[in-house]
Ligand binder design. Sequence first.
Ligand SMILES: N[C@@H](CCC(=O)N[C@@H](CS)C(=O)NCC(=O)O)C(=O)O
Length: 214
Amino acid sequence: MNFNIKNSNLKLLYFNIRGRGELIRMILYAANKDFEDVRVTENQWPSLKSQMPFGQLPVLEMTPQGDAGDKITLTESMAIARLLARELDLYGNTVNEVYLIERVNSLTSALQEEIYRLHLKKAEDAERHVKMDHLNEYFEAIEDMLKITTTKFIAGSNVTMADLQIINLLDTLNKCLGNMQVDCKPRLEKIKTDVLNDRPSLGKYLRSRPNTDF
Ligand SMILES: N[C@@H](CCC(=O)N[C@@H](CS)C(=O)NCC(=O)O)C(=O)O
């Protein structure tokens, strides 16, 4: 496989939710890389499923421009997100920055899964569940990390995939646990504001994207 993302036409297939596709969309918007955002409907899915590797989405189809090669089909949301972030300069410049990005990646992914789980359970007393399930430890880890950052963004002086994951986490928090008091929220909001000032094309997408539960 020969990846040449900058010179390929990209088509993202996913459902009309944020879910596992949103980080990929956000990376592409933040990098100003054109792509086709195909949102598969419930009716379309049964016939499409059998054509997809592993029968799941997201899938990213990459067609090199001109006659530079055949279409490549990519699967696994986080592998796709990392590949795009690396190729589109959203993956830091030093090993320290990459470590911070990876750390945020692990923390936010785990936290988001847990928040969705709580939301699906319709947990009445979310704050108690957060304590009981040790989610507060994830929030504390994020807060500790934010305390030692010296720049506007998570890793170094440029926007990286980690900042986009923070925005994603914040949106999930607001959607699913809107009333819960989380100490690091103002810092997360500040990162979001700084990222959107730096990447207006991402802001435009966030303001116009479909409003979905997940
Ligand atoms: N490990 C995969 C999981 C993909 C996955 O679970 N996709 C779900 C939607 S989030 C799906 O396609 N569900 C429909 C189905 O399995 O029929 C990834 O991260 O890309």
